[in-house]
Design a protein around this ligand. Structure first.
Ligand code: 5GP
Length: 350
């Protein structure tokens, strides 16, 4: 047994230190980022925020809504082949250009992907290969084989939280490594297994490892307010993935519940009992659920939330003197804090 003594940090442990700047207005801050990916060689220009591949977040409707803002969606993996084919072949370039096709590493995941690709040609530009535990040999082998088979597709793969496996995944063929074990709003991995890594430190360490190899990372999970999204970018994330912050909107999917005159939407983890009942006929005997289900007040169109997130991000950039999102990490000094929000009037609504 070993103990690492070095303190690891979460979003709640830091704040940005403001800096003198010549920036006139937050409206001038450029949130578009251009990337060229290490393996696929493809280039992209986008606002690098990705809706999570959960069936109560990463929907076709969300793709259309976020596509208008230049943002991404990782589609959940439970649509039918015909539905994906129709989506990727549709002429709505705004949403198609930024959508990730998500898959796991089972044989039938790959077969389904091949069936969709056979009918969509090169329309699928991004894939998200997603497993809860990115530390297995099987996963790294799958990434390697997928890269060999599809050299031009930009591949995001995860999840991991440490530099060593970030490097291994990039060397195996991943363009973007997805970082986060346990920080998610409907995740219970830390409770059920005791495994995890504070998300801000995971981003800092994995970004450093990936950038050294010409790779990219996505900070996935744990953002609860726009300031957390800014902190993830400040820490070095190239992309940030959001679940809970984009859940319960008109475009999010999720069963609608009416209670005492109010409208609510269900939101749940993809390895919760609810998801496993729905897609896998229940929780297999050898495993425990690692996600939970919540019922959230319906939040209307996602556009308002997007404005808040992007507005917050632009404002962070002006506080630290970053003209572009690209400069945010360079302009970031975090101060460690023991308290960040004044809760004298109760917890602020999100
Ligand atoms: P959030 O933005 O809601 O904090 O986190 C979203 C992320 O939580 C997802 O992108 C995914 O990585 C993770 N996640 C989603 N469902 C589950 C689940 O059932 N269990 C665990 N451990 N993580 C989940």
């Amino acid at each position: 047994m070993r103990i690492e003594e070095e303190l690891k940090l979460d979003f709640k442990d830091v704040l940005f230190r403001p800096k003198r700047s010549t920036l006139g207005s937050r409206a001038k801050v450029d949130l578009l980022r251009q990337y060229t990916f290490r393996h696929s060689g493809a280039s992209s220009e986008s606002v690098p925020i990705i809706a999570a591949n959960m069936d109560t977040v990463g929907t076709f409707e969300m793709a259309a809504a976020l596509g208008k803002h230049g943002m991404h969606v990782a589609l959940h993996k439970h649509y039918s082949i015909d539905d994906y084919v129709a989506f990727f072949n549709a002429s709505n370039a705004a949403s198609n250009a930024h959508a990730f096709y998500s898959l796991g590493i089972l044989e039938h995941d790959l077969e389904k992907f091949k069936a969709v690709r056979a009918k969509t040609g090169d329309e699928i530009k991004f894939v998200c290969i997603d497993v809860a535990n990115g530390y297995t040999e099987t996963f790294i082998d799958f990434v390697r084989k997928f890269r060999d088979a599809f050299p031009k597709i930009t591949m995001m793969a995860g999840n991991v939280v440490t530099a060593d496996i970030t490097e291994a995944l990039i060397l195996a063929g991943a363009d973007i490594v997805k970082v986060g074990i346990g920080p998610g709003s409907v995740c219970t991995t830390r409770k059920m297994t005791g495994v995890g890594y504070p998300q801000l430190s995971a981003i800092i360490e994995c970004a450093d490892a990936a950038h050294g190899l010409g790779g990219h990372i996505t900070g996935d999970g744990g953002c609860t307010v726009p300031g957390d999204v800014a902190k993830a970018f400040g820490a070095g994330a190239d992309f940030v993935m959001l679940g809970g912050m984009l859940a319960a909107h008109d475009e999010s999917g999720g069963e609608i519940v009416q209670k005492e005159g109010k409208t609510y939407r269900k939101f749940y983890g993809m390895s919760s009992d609810v998801a496993m009942e729905k897609y896998a006929g229940g929780v297999a005997k050898y495993r425990a659920s690692e996600g939970k289900a919540v019922t959230l007040e319906a939040r209307g169109p996602v556009d308002n939330t997007v404005q808040e997130i992007l507005g917050g991000l632009r404002s962070t950039c002006t506080y630290v003197g970053a003209r572009k999102l690209k400069d945010l990490s360079k302009c970031t000094t975090f101060v460690r804090v023991t308290q960040q929000i004044n809760e004298v009037y109760g917890k602020a609504p999100q």
